[in-house]
Design a protein around this ligand. Structure first.
Ligand SMILES: CC(C)(COP(=O)(O)OP(=O)(O)OC[C@H]1O[C@@H](n2cnc3c(N)ncnc32)[C@H](O)[C@@H]1OP(=O)(O)O)[C@@H](O)C(=O)NCCC(=O)NCCS
Length: 164
């Protein structure tokens, strides 16, 4: 398997972003902490391998914080997720953010492991937050590994001004 590269999302990626998010998350938009995000309008990074787009991270910078709105890799275990994370961290530092953060759902053990192993800590539980999201899009009652899908868990990494 060949190497992949990471580049910022460009204008020509926007329609693909909408389709990709829809395939991965069941709608063109993502609902997090009672907010709706249209990922195709957000800045982001794409991972490319042999002409194929194989990963996407979208983010939003607000005030001191850089929120990872979506992160997906279609070829797991090759370092694509880690690479996308490194790219947004550099961007957040450049923008002077003190905090990189995100929410994931309570059933997403894979994401909880992934982020904690890469320096994120759990900071908050938004209990029953998925109930609101279900008013806007179809989300199953039972999530990954048969776990009831209910809450959002917020994770953060405090940025100390040193990229890496
Ligand atoms: C979470 C997610 C983005 C991780 O993406 P990924 O491309 O698999 O990430 P990586 O390859 O960098 O890391 C995954 C694992 O592969 C391992 N890995 C990294 N580079 C590797 C390489 N070159 N060869 C083999 N394994 C490797 C890592 O050690 C890691 O394992 P660990 O978490 O136990 O340390 C991916 O699983 C995904 O798309 N999940 C569904 C969407 C989701 O839940 N997103 C997060 C919520 S917003």
């Amino acid at each position: 398997m060949s190497e992949f590269s990471i580049r910022p999302v460009g204008a020509s990626d926007r329609e693909w972003v909408a389709r990709f998010i829809s395939e991965r998350w069941g709608a063109e938009f993502i609902v997090a902490h009672h907010q709706v995000y249209h990922c195709k309008d957000l800045p982001g990074f794409v991972a490319v391998q042999q002409q194929d787009r194989v990963g996407l991270l979208t983010y939003e910078i607000t005030g001191d914080g850089c929120e990872i709105v979506s992160l997906d890799s279609t070829r797991p275990g090759m370092g694509i997720g880690t690479g996308l994370l490194a790219a947004v961290k550099v961007e957040a530092l450049k923008a002077g953010c003190g905090r990189l953060w995100l929410v994931t759902t309570n059933d997403n053990m894979n994401a909880l492991r992934f982020y904690q192993k890469r320096g994120f800590v759990l900071v908050k539980v938004n209990r029953n937050a998925i109930e609101f999201a279900r008013t806007l899009k179809s989300i199953p009652l039972i999530g990954a590994e048969g776990i009831p899908l209910r809450d959002e868990i917020e994770l953060e990494m405090i940025l100390d001004g040193i990229a890496g």
